[in-house]
Ligand binder design. Sequence first.
Ligand code: ZN
Length: 275
Amino acid sequence: MRALPASVLTLCALTAAGCGGVAQGDAAAPGRAPLQAPAASAGKTATKPATTPAAKPLQGLTIVIDPGHNGGNYRAPKQINQLVDVLTKKKPCDTTGTDTVSGYTEAAFSWDVSNRIKKILQERGATVKLTRSDNNSVGPCITERAAIGNRAKAAAALSVHGDGAAKSDHGFHVIMPKKINGPVDPVVGKSRALGVAIRDAYLRGTGIPYSTYIGKNALDFRDDLGGLNLSTVPKVFVECGNMKNPGDAAKFEDPRFRQKMALALANGLQHYLKA
Ligand code: ZN
């Protein structure tokens, strides 16, 4: 049902100048001031640009994107191995994440894709917060990553990852929270809806198949992730593929494909938020 409008919006987001006359002749001020026709004068204020509602479908919504891991985690084992309480168990504050055979790290991947998602969502009007501000520092702990989404009162939160499974395994999956008799319980249902929206959009947008090794139809439910257990806002993880699989790794390492991933994930978030 929503495929058509979403794809139209997608085009709008990608090529601002191509959508409904939003920015024709306005290339110098993308997304800023309302369109000013050359002949416009002070007295000509009767009509607003016809673009406002459709061009900013996510206006007023806050979305938190959590780029998994951090580039500095490799050099700070003591710090990231400190145990934190994720309610169902104690776990390390954070981990290094995985990498491809050629050494492209999950932290670099998640940082890149998260920033691409942020840009797309901002162009659609959302307020977007990331859980870290660079890819050279350490952490934050998984507990803090959840807390950032909670404090922002995010309408939705997405944690971006790449998996590190056996070489022959491939495909993507989405991880959603389970009820744990804890703070996440009230948003388990919404998180499931978010997860399904992300799954559907990611398959459609990237063509990467469902995971061959985890979950059912690319949906997995876990109660051992601090980022989910401690979330009071709808939140899921996406494992965008298996970085140890050569076919998946080639996609991770291709910036054009990463843009495709980001667009698909942004569309999934939008579909959930506008459903
Ligand atoms: Zn990860």
